[in-house]
Design a protein around this ligand. Structure first.
Ligand code: HEM
Ligand code: HEM
Length: 409
């Protein structure tokens, strides 16, 4: 069989690329979904999940490079002519689906690689090759990574529908029409008929349809509101001071906006996330530099890279049994004065209470206060991740970063 494409059939190079990419794309979808199935938790599934994601990513990157080679090959070679140019609609749909499949072959693995690159620590599961993990020029930024993730985890549905249409079309030609369509890609090219020249080739509409499909998804992924973006607005309304604040002299402060971040090292790479819903009731007396804080955190509102479900599942924070974490403590200003403060008290996570101290900086300007600090915990003190007895998969230290602004009420 000739290596080159002819007007009648695809040559061996194009066939090799078509079938190899087809198998690898189906494998990547299967592996992606299989890896996701470990998310809900269960003992020691994290290691397996990391392993499967590494294979998924490596298969996906292989698809990307083969797809780029295929595009170059098509640019040099051209395609066989459409078999039935007189069937205008059918030829148009087939061509639009082919263009959209090319889009998927490139954009799906690219979005995967971008989400991996932008994730702080370059993703938790490595690509299995020695050429580096990150695409150059892409900042490590959790929000950016989440945008690429939104494209990737919704894009596979589009790709799957396109593949179904495509395979359905190939089957229809083989079983119903009994024409040469499948043979052009899989059979003996020598016996195939020469298709007629298309008098009115539809050059622009099919690529525009493909552009609209993938472009629409990209615009949606770039602009859709993330659940955690909405959350800080809820905080202000919910942070009415509870009874604990009544005994304390000084002003009561109402949290207006803020983030409650969590970071942990997973399989050697840092993973960052945040709680979407939490409340904090704060009193603080500027004259004495003392006050009180009571914070409650909705555990189920945690988003943590690719492992939110596992982190809030039974092996770790166990949100269904322990929906709320609570910190209750006394605020004191450092003896030397200035902005340095500490909140010392009791932290309850997953049903276990331990003494905890949050050092933070507090600046007050008029009726606005800004507080920033980080509390580092040892997950073992709260029995979190007891099935992960060493640090190979999940580190013992977990950092909780508080960053909020509050108004005097
Ligand atoms: C042909 C290429 C690819 C296909 C078809 C594909 C498909 C998928 C699918 C079906 C999922 C599961 C989505 C879900 O649960 O809703 C997934 C998840 C994922 N893929 Fe891919 N993928 C490809 C390439 C890649 C590449 C090259 C990388 C990274 C280098 C990658 C990284 C990921 C990650 C990190 C997730 C988990 C995302 C999350 O839910 O946080 N993928 N992919
Ligand atoms: C697994 C089942 C599949 C079958 C039976 C199949 C069959 C075919 C056939 C018969 C053709 C030639 C159509 C013609 O010349 O009119 C073709 C072309 C094509 N196929 Fe598939 N295919 C399959 C999977 C895939 C997958 C998974 C992709 C990519 C995601 C894909 C992408 C393409 C593209 C883009 C073309 C247009 C020709 C080209 O530029 O390569 N196919 N396929």
């Amino acid at each position: 069989m000739p290596a080159a494409n002819t007007t009648r059939a695809y040559g061996s190079v194009h066939r090799f690329l078509h079938w190899t990419i087809a198998v690898l794309i189906l494998a990547a979808i299967g592996l992606g979904l299989y890896a996701e199935s470990f998310r809900a938790g269960g003992a020691a599934t994290l290691a397996r999940m990391v392993e499967v994601f590494s294979i998924h990513k490596t298969v996906g990157i292989t698809v990307l490079f083969l797809a780029l080679a295929r595009i170059l090959w098509v640019l040099v070679q051209g395609h066989p002519r459409p078999l039935h140019p007189e069937c205008r609609l059918e030829t148009f749909v087939a061509s639009a689906v082919h263009w959209a499949l090319y889009g998927g072959m490139v954009l799906m693995p690219l979005a995967g690689w971008l989400l991996h690159t932008a994730a702080p620590g370059a993703g938790f599961a490595d690509i299995l090759w020695p050429f580096g993990q990150r695409l150059p020029g892409v900042p490590q930024d959790t929000e950016l990574s989440e945008r690429f993730t939104a494209f990737h985890v919704n894009g596979w549905w589009l790709l799957a529908v396109l593949i179904l249409l495509h395979v359905g079309g190939a089957l229809k030609h083989t079983v119903i029409d009994r024409d040469a369509t499948l043979a052009r890609m899989a059979g003996n090219a020598a016996k195939l008929p020469e298709p007629p020249r298309d008098p009115r080739p539809n050059r622009w509409a099919p690529p525009l349809v493909a552009l609209a499909l993938w472009g629409g998804l990209a615009v949606w992924a770039a602009t859709a509101e993330r659940p955690q973006d909405a959350a800080p607005q809820e905080i202000a309304g919910q942070s009415a001071a509870p009874a604990a604040t009544a005994a304390q002299p000084g002003s009561t402060w109402t949290v207006q906006s803020g983030t409650l971040g969590l970071s942990v090292t997973q399989a050697g790479a840092p993973v960052e996330g945040q709680f979407g819903t939490w409340t904090a009731a704060i009193t603080y007396d500027e004259a004495t530099g003392t006050g009180e804080v009571v914070a409650e955190v909705n555990i189920a509102s945690l988003t943590l890279g690719a492992v939110s479900g596992m982190a809030t599942g039974p092996d770790f924070l166990n949100a269904s049994a322990f929906p709320t974490a609570r910190f209750e403590g006394a605020i004191t200003r450092a003896p030397e004065g200035g902005t340095a403060h500490q909140a010392t008290g009791t932290l309850t996570v997953a049903g276990q209470s331990q003494p905890a101290a949050l050092p933070f900086d507090l600046t007050i300007e008029g009726d606005q206060a800004t507080a920033t600090g980080t509390l580092t915990l040892d997950r073992r003190d709260f029995g979190v991740g007891a099935n992960y007895a060493d640090e190979s998969m999940v580190s013992f230290p977990v950092a909780v970063a508080v960053d909020l602004t509050a108004a005097r009420s």
